[in-house]
Design a protein around this ligand. Structure first.
Ligand code: AMP
Length: 394
């Protein structure tokens, strides 16, 4: 029997589960529950990508998804014992600059932070509780999306509101930190000189953000207080004049719940495409003018933020694309980069279409790269490190 590390990433209607070998490096299986509820689906694959049987019927709850994954893994890999569990937690507040072991005290603190991330944090905490119930006494580790950005200087950590709001935690936290940590670690491993320089990472998935990094540390992020700010996303609006929110309240009579629903679930690519889709593949395949306009807005805002990031960093040495869109869509990367020759971004179109690791021309001032991200691996490594090798014991 060997110890294994389980990682959980619980979203509002999704759950990503991965099983890692005791070293925290080798993935043994991965599962993904989507649209949890009456239409919930669940897939589980082994290390070779072969599907494992998870039973029929919709996945009604997060607990249901976890139970079915664990039952299947117990049958498929009876030799494994879950020795430690790592969780993605969206908000760690100002106190957490790194992953920490889960304790009752920590859960109280994280529960209070739910007010800052009401749509995500409660699900993350429910995942921790569900894992506690399934594996009583097994060490758990919380890995925070905000932690990577705690190095922001004050000017990128605050809003220009009265100081008391900053003191109460109304700050530009930034998110997607596990993804940025992974990419930064990969760069340090493969291109140490670049990793010491000025790097802009664009995490472009259903959620999307960008991070400016200097010397391996986050200097600025497009996401701020919430996961709504910055780039437009699948269903989230991205940067918005706060006056629009005031208008929605006073003139359209919308309350906080209705505005939250609008900004988180009906906006972004979905809203701009006239309700066509939040999915980039669908929009790219569509001939509807609204689909084209949604894509144009997406790439335009990325370019605007690139300019702002470059100014914040005092120049750019490298740009990295990651996330489902960043890793897979050559047309989006081209639409972002082609108008940026003035700032030293020169794309090698053949390399871009081939999804090569480096997609800029040799000798271009800015090296443009595609690096697949791996948030689960960051969680597994942190869990391995913080459980003091317990995961390695049987
Ligand atoms: P993620 O949230 O990182 O899983 O990314 C999901 C997004 O990536 C969705 O909008 C997908 O449509 C998009 N995506 C995945 N594969 C491709 C592809 N080959 N071309 C364009 N977009 C893609």
């Amino acid at each position: 029997m060997s110890g294994a590390i389980l990682t959980l990433n619980a979203g509002s209607s999704s759950l990503k589960v991965a099983l890692y070998a005791e070293c925290g490096e080798r993935q043994l299986a991965r599962g993904h529950a989507d649209r949890i509820g009456p239409d919930g689906t669940l897939t589980l694959t082994d290390a070779d990508g072969a599907a494992l049987p998870v039973g029929a019927g919709p996945v009604a709850t997060h607990r249901d998804a976890l139970d079915r994954v664990l039952e299947t893994l117990a049958r498929a890999r009876p030799e494994d014992r879950i020795a430690a569990i790592g969780h993605r937690v969206v908000h760690g507040g100002i106190a957490h600059e790194a992953p920490v072991p889960v304790t009752e005290g920590l859960l109280d603190v994280l529960d209070r932070l739910s007010q800052f991330a009401p749509l995500h944090q409660p699900h993350n905490l429910a995942g921790i509780r569900a894992a506690e119930a399934a594996f009583p006494g097994t060490p758990q580790v919380a890995c925070f999306d905000t932690a990577f950005h705690r190095t922001h200087p004050f000017v990128n950590d605050t809003f220009a509101l009265p100081r008391r709001f900053y003191d109460r935690g109304v700050r530009r936290y930034g998110f997607h930190g596990l993804s940025y940590e992974y990419i930064t670690g990969e760069l340090a491993r493969t291109d140490p000189a670049l990793a010491r320089g000025r790097v802009i990472i664009a995490h472009l998935g259903n959620g999307a953000s960008m991070c400016g990094i200097r010397g391996g540390r986050s200097v600025a992020s497009t996401m701020g207080f919430s996961a709504l700010d910055g780039l437009p996303m699948g269903t989230r609006c991205g940067q918005l004049d706060p006056g629009v929110v005031l208008y929605l309240m006073t003139e359209e009579g919308m309350d906080a719940a209705a505005i939250s629903d609008l900004l988180y679930t009906q906006s972004g690519l979905l809203g701009l495409s006239g309700g066509l889709s939040n999915d980039m593949r669908t929009l790219e395949a569509s001939a509807a003018p609204e689909a084209r306009e949604a894509i144009d807005y997406f790439t335009f805002r990325i370019r605007r933020e690139l300019g702002a990031m470059a100014a914040a960093l005092g120049g750019v040495d490298a740009m990295v694309f990651c996330g489902g869109i960043g890793e897979n869509s050559a047309p989006i990367r081209e639409a972002v980069c082609a108008p940026l020759e003035w700032m030293g971004v020169v794309l090698d179109n053949a390399a871009n279409r081939a999804h090569a690791r480096v997609i800029s021309t040799a000798g271009a001032p800015v090296q443009v790269m595609v690096v697949p991200t791996n948030e689960e691996l960051v969680i597994a490594r942190a869990t391995r490190a913080l459980t003091g090798g317990e995961a390695a014991q049987t």
